[in-house]
Design a protein. Structure first.
Length: 106
């Protein structure tokens, strides 16, 4: 697989994780408005189920294609895709921290 295709695919995977995390964050911020104040078993249970499902979804987004490539005999491409995806996620995280710090300090 061409290096540019791996980079593009890793960017798309990372963007998928970013969008998913942004959506879940919006849900969590507005949880009281959407679900009301929860003072029973269902609130923590919903949070933990969401946590488990989120781990599954983000794992599939980050590891799914690299593992597939690895087991299809394209080991170098699988490993490269994983590292490119990790790099994009680190870059996006740094940008979020920088933007948050800039907004907070302004």
């Amino acid at each position: 697989m061409k290096n540019s295709k791996l980079i593009w695919q890793s960017f798309l995977q990372s963007t998928g994780v970013f969008i998913y995390v942004a959506g879940i964050s919006a849900l969590m911020i507005n949880g009281d408005k959407i679900f009301g104040k929860m003072q029973n078993l269902w609130g923590p249970m919903m949070f933990l189920m969401l946590f488990v499902i989120s781990a599954l979804i983000t794992s599939l987004l980050v590891f799914g294609r690299p593992v597939y490539l690895y087991f299809e005999g394209q080991k170098k491409d699988g490993v490269a895709l994983l590292f490119w995806t990790a790099g994009w996620l680190v870059l996006m995280t740094i940008l979020i921290f920088t933007a948050t710090a800039a907004i907070t300090l302004a």
